[in-house]
Design a protein around this ligand. Structure first.
Ligand code: AAO
Length: 379
């Protein structure tokens, strides 16, 4: 317990926990799959005038382009290189957006996919967002470059090479998450490539990162990477500002890996928050709003200074990830507005609002057959 309190207190003092939002603003919004040009305009005409502190953007790096299913949103989570052309736009459009949002005091946080590259079955060719050639079968990504030497396969001990059991911390870190080629982040070479990618974005003016799939990376490897990140660009931020880091770790209890292992490195996504808030607003399990007098740590959530909280996210909005049936989304719009208002009014964690796109939901036996549908875009 003492150890826990020490880590929690220490965590509060670390710079990477500070979102550096400006003008007293406190909340950020995830503009999931939005184009860079649209985000730039949104910063100027809506987000800044309405007091939003920042935007979490979709992964800006080169990603695989898939046809079956047709251009799913999740192709963005399969990197091919760290070139900055993606479904959301080109490097020039990204730079313009970061500049224009910063100029009106809205921060940009990048979704950084550094645990893996594309799926093992991703094929070979130039079906990638910048047109770079790659071979998933040979684990060859010349535009980084990464070769077969840069992946974790020798460390993984499962028969399939995939994570088979979340009860075994080693395989969760060393094997492939849903067959995604797992980078060997313990290697100096791989760390260097990841650091260069993140530093390029910091120099362009971003204020920090949502780091994807942190449960699947060793805290020591992440510490080495974060420690080499540049300070924020002094054109917009005060000297010595460290990038804000918030790490995606799904911890609803019951697994050996806990979000606590990541507290000292940055903030962590608190998945219990949306799951419980949904239960309260749906009045399930006899929950009542007045029980939330002790909302926050009193409900078994992580310490305030470590938490990044949200009602729903891009995964559990469409049945991916975790949180279960209680999660409230825009499909229940009245409840969603109430839950988001409650979250924004309550002083716990850094708050994140969800903004994505509508798709044709088609539920068969409890599963949405269209949970893959991408944004309205031809790319
Ligand atoms: C796609 C295809 C796959 C294919 C793969 C490669 O769907 O069939 O094998 O390509 O070709 C997204 C999509 C994936 C997609 C992927 C790559 O969601 O469908 O795969 O892009 O294109 C775990 C991770 C967590 C992850 C989450 C989805 O720990 O990091 O899965 N989220 C992030 C992103 C997400 C993205 C990726 C990571 C990959 O936000 O968008 O994937 O970059 C348990 C574990 C969790 C685990 C969940 C889901 O959760 O605890 O760690 O999340 O399972 O597997 C209860 C439990 C709860 C449990 C939950 C679900 O609620 O309490 O702990 O049940 O069982």
């Amino acid at each position: 317990m003492k150890w826990f309190i020490l880590v929690a207190l220490f965590g509060l003092g670390l710079a990477q926990h500070n979102p550096h939002t400006r003008h007293g603003r406190t909340s950020i919004v995830h503009l999931f799959e939005w184009r860079w040009a649209d985000i730039a305009a949104e910063c100027e005409r809506f987000l800044a005038p309405n007091g939003f502190g920042g935007v979490q953007i979709s992964p800006p790096n080169e990603h695989i382009v898939l046809n079956n299913p047709w251009r799913p949103w999740w192709q963005r989570y399969q990197p091919i290189s760290y070139n900055l052309c993606s479904r959301s736009g080109s490097e020039d459009e990204l730079r313009d957006m970061i500049t224009r949002c910063n100029n009106v005091g809205v921060n940009i946080y990048v979704d950084a996919v550094i645990n893996h590259m594309c799926g093992a079955g991703g094929g070979e060719g130039t079906h990638s967002s910048c047109g770079s050639w790659f071979s998933a079968g040979r684990k060859d990504f010349p535009s980084v470059p990464y070769s077969h030497l840069d992946f974790n396969d020798n460390k993984c001990k499962t028969g399939s090479g995939n994570i088979e059991n979340y009860g075994d911390a080693n395989q969760v870190r060393d094997c492939r998450l849903v067959s995604l080629l797992d980078l060997a982040l313990e290697k100096e070479y791989v760390r260097g490539k990841v650091v260069d990618f993140m530093n390029k974005l910091i120099d362009m003016g971003v204020a920090g990162f949502r780091v994807d799939a942190c449960k699947h990376m060793w805290p020591g490897d992440l510490s080495a990477v974060y420690g080499r990140l540049h300070n924020l660009n002094t054109k917009w931020f005060s000297g010595g500002s460290r990038p804000f880091i918030f790490q995606e770790v799904i911890d609803l209890g019951g697994e050996p890996i806990s979000s606590r292992e990541y507290f000292h490195l940055g903030r962590v996504t608190e998945f219990k928050y949306g799951a419980k808030l949904g239960t309260v607003f749906r009045k399930w399990n006899n929950e009542k709003l007045h029980y939330t007098k002790s909302w926050g740590e009193g409900w078994g959530f992580m310490p305030n200074g470590n938490a990044l909280v949200f009602v729903d996210n891009h995964d559990n909005q469409r049945g991916h990830g975790a949180g279960g049936a209680s999660i409230v989304t825009f499909w229940d719009s009245r409840l969603h507005k109430m839950a988001v208002a409650y979250m924004l009014a309550h002083p716990y964690g850094v708050t994140r609002v969800m903004s994505s796109f509508r798709w044709n939901r088609h539920i068969v036996n409890g599963k949405d057959q269209n949970d893959w549908m991408g944004p309205p875009s031809q790319r």
